[in-house]
Design a protein around this ligand. Structure first.
Ligand SMILES: [Zn+2]
Length: 451
């Protein structure tokens, strides 16, 4: 099956053709570990998780690398203000990240390198850049000479001069040009540092990804992903460093960027009071599958709006689907679902196809599809399993009462039953030949005991 992906670098949807079909290689920029992941951080994780799962159905081997940035000034600041050690903070936060992403069904990548374990590779790459004339050392800093790389700005489609005009570039005395960016910087005694030819210091953020990608995937690989907030300057800088250090035309063949997340139509921010983490939602009782479903309902290249309404609808849909597939054997994933995903990860289309499968009561195809998109792992999740098994019995009872009512023209019993279901938080959807009962977010099974 052909997979088409939108490539930021060419601004086109292209047929995906891996460099080595025996081993597809993908790198995704990972978190800087000093705090809980907010909901927006979960979006690239889920987007590239879907891509990883799709690629694994088509290729014998997929090598997926997602780093942990565990050396960063934000981490140093967190350590200073909390009085805790950097190692303690990064170890704890990395584990939080894995726990929270696991709770929303994300598979772990094949490699999850920590930047601090690749300092030697970074130093080597920086030394090579200096040797090639692409970088220079000044006052304990090493800077990348942006004007030496003619293709700088090609990914985000800007010229260096436009970038200088529009960006808040740091003008520092040790820079030859305001656009030059840091590869290495000096550390004082309070800051983590490593010995290098340029004195004790630490790497800049951008070189971390270039060095880890090279170490684990080689000079060139297939897919590089991240949020579109990383396109400039982070990804431009990664490309410049890697292509100049490795002597390659390209770093990755395909560059993929997901759009950002909003909450109820507004940018999520601490000042607006609509800022929350994945863990906050999980602790409020929002199941991980519901978070995942809501995220997948929007195409990754569109802004995703998290709303209470979508959360409630996702929960109701999943309860219904989980009820349908419970006990079923997974069959084949239908072509229509596969093709939707293969068309630049069109997850909303895939979900549309799954609605169709549910409508047709094709439990085995629905289960296979739920598994493919990571909404079912081992079995139907516990939060959905019990209640739906109950509702199918109520559906049968309701249909019987309805048939009686139609025959006798006495609807009082039917109306009373309907009222009781609605009071218990169940949505009653009449069909020509029966009824669909869907547990809403406020569903309370105890209120059905008298039925
Ligand atoms: Zn990166």
């Amino acid at each position: 099956m052909d997979i088409h992906l939108y490539n930021t670098a060419t601004r086109r949807k292209e047929l995906f053709a891996p460099l080595d079909p025996e081993n597809v290689r993908m790198y995704v920029c990972g978190p800087t570990v000093y705090d809980r992941a907010h909901l927006g951080n979960a979006r690239p994780v889920l987007v590239f998780d879907i891509l990883y799962r799709l690629l694994k159905t088509q290729y014998p081997r997929v090598t997926y690398v997602r780093n942990f940035t565990d050396v960063d000034d934000k981490i140093n600041a967190r350590a200073a203000e909390s009085g805790r050690s950097i190692g303690e903070i990064t170890a704890e936060t990395s584990q939080w990240f894995l726990d929270d992403m696991g709770a929303i069904g994300a598979l772990e990548p094949d490699h999850m390198p920590r930047a601090t374990a690749y300092i030697a590779e970074m130093v080597e790459m920086i030394a090579g850049l200096i040797e090639g004339g692409f970088a220079y050392a000044r006052e304990g800093h090493v800077l990348f000479r942006v004007r030496e790389y003619a293709r700088y700005g090609a990914l985000s489609g800007r010229s260096v001069d436009d970038m200088i005009a529009g960006a808040r570039v740091e003008v520092a005395p040790y820079k030859e040009d305001p656009m030059d960016f840091v590869l290495w910087k000096p550390s004082d005694d309070q800051t983590p540092g490593w010995d290098s030819p340029w004195g004790r210091g630490r790497p800049g953020w951008h070189i971390e990804c270039s060095a880890m990608a090279k170490a684990l995937l080689g000079d060139r690989f297939d897919i590089h992903g991240g949020g579109n907030d990383l396109m400039f300057p982070h990804h431009e800088n990664e490309i410049a460093q890697s292509c100049c250090a490795n002597g390659t035309e390209q770093m990755a063949t395909v560059w993929m960027h997901n759009e950002m997340l909003q909450v109820e139509g507004k940018k999520m921010s601490k000042s607006l009071g609509n800022f929350f983490t994945v863990r906050d939602l999980l602790e409020q009782g929002v199941p991980g599958e519901v978070i995942r479903f809501v995220m997948l309902s929007t195409h990754y290249r569109k802004p995703m709006d998290w709303t209470e309404k979508k959360r409630a609808e996702a929960e109701a849909t999943l309860r219904k689907w989980y009820g349908q597939v419970e006990g079923a054997d997974a069959g084949q994933v239908p072509q229509a679902v596969m093709q939707a995903l293969a068309d630049d990860l069109n997850t909303p289309q895939a979900i549309g196809e799954m609605h169709q499968l549910a409508q047709n009561s094709d439990a085995s195809a629905l289960l296979a599809s739920l598994r493919l998109v990571g909404l079912v792992a081992d079995g139907v999740p516990a939060w959905a399993a019990a209640t739906d098994a109950d509702l199918s019995a109520y559906e049968a009872a309701f249909s019987t009462v309805r048939a009686e009512a139609m025959a006798t023209k006495d609807f009082s019993k039917l109306d009373a039953m309907k009222q009781m279901l609605v009071a218990a938080g169940v949505e009653v959807k009449m069909r020509k030949d029966g009824v669909d009962l869907v547990a809403g977010p406020a569903f309370d099974p105890s209120k059905l005991e008298d039925l």
